[in-house]
Design a protein around this ligand. Structure first.
Ligand code: ADP
Length: 260
């Protein structure tokens, strides 16, 4: 907490305490600002689908003898908004669970090949809908001490995004490797890519690349925040490389043995 250019001996004890105190206050303020911003973002995101549902329901109620087709059309829109609201709530709950200390990890020896193959199996029908090739390549069998539920969520988000932000007839390539200390997962896609100025923000809660880019593609902006938290809880790391219109690659490193 001290000014690095001045040696400790140059300060009086009171100055040292006062400097440390001011720096701590600064950090608390930063934390409090980010908490307030999060609460305000959450409220906004939760309100949006409710506002739409209210408008849709009110306009139905205001009309007499609504034709059944119109009624069905509005109800479909309302059902979609309910799905959106549920997705936001589920993602928020996952995020809150991740935010608690890593003491909440449920660590077991897990076969990582099987875990990734199951994720790909679940997502294959969605990829097939847009003729996207989903390939898994494993360089060796890997078992590691991890929380299977949390890492499944983390990697599912990466593969789901690789499909969602892809082009029709594109590809997604998932690979697994390891050394004596870590296992490495790479999720590469041939998708729309991420603009350079957005790369540093994509792991932030609620951040979505420039609305015009991804508004047609539904999402909450919470997926990558969840992925990052889950990986950090395992003392791992996640990085992203991307080129607009060419594709994106996420690389993840997780220790084979859980370090308490
Ligand atoms: P979302 O629910 O919007 O998908 P995420 O937190 O998972 O939220 O991702 C944040 C944003 O990062 C997305 O809205 C999208 O703009 C961008 N993004 C994430 N993954 C990819 C990818 N594989 N290719 C292109 N853009 C991506």
């Amino acid at each position: 907490y001290l000014d690095e250019n001045i040696s400790v001996a140059d300060y009086t004890e009171t100055e040292l305490i006062s400097q440390a105190f001011n720096k701590m206050l600064g950090r608390i303020k930063v934390l409090d600002d980010s908490r307030q911003e999060f609460v305000s973002n959450v409220s906004h995101e939760l309100k949006t689908p409710i506002t739409s549902m209210k408008v849709l329901a009110d306009s139905l109620l205001m009309q007499e003898d609504v034709p059944v087709e119109l009624y069905k059309e509005f109800m479909t829109d309302i059902a979609e908004e309910i799905d959106r609201e549920s997705k936001i709530i589920n993602d928020l709950l996952s995020l809150v669970r991740m935010d608690k200390s890593s003491a909440n990890l449920n660590i077991n020896l897990v076969n990582i090949n099987e875990m990734l193959e199951l994720i790909l199996k679940r997502l294959r029908p969605i990829a097939a809908n847009r003729n996207i090739e989903l390939v898994f390549e494993s360089f060796r069998p890997v078992t590691a001490e991890v929380d299977e539920v949390k890492l499944t969520l983390a990697f599912s988000n990466l593969v789901e995004n690789a499909i969602k932000y892809n082009k029709d007839d594109g590809w997604v390539h998932v690979s697994l490797n390891s050394d004596h200390k870590y296992f490495f997962v790479e999720v590469a896609d041939s998708g729309i890519g991420i603009p350079e100025e957005s790369l540093e923000h994509i792991f932030e809660r609620f951040y979505r690349v420039d609305k015009s880019h991804s508004t047609e593609i539904s999402g909450t902006g919470l997926g990558l925040a969840i992925t990052r938290s889950a990986i950090l809880m395992h003392r791992g790391a996640v990085k992203v490389y991307s080129k607009e219109n060419e594709g994106t690659t996420f690389t993840v490193r997780v220790p084979l043995n859980y370090i308490t």
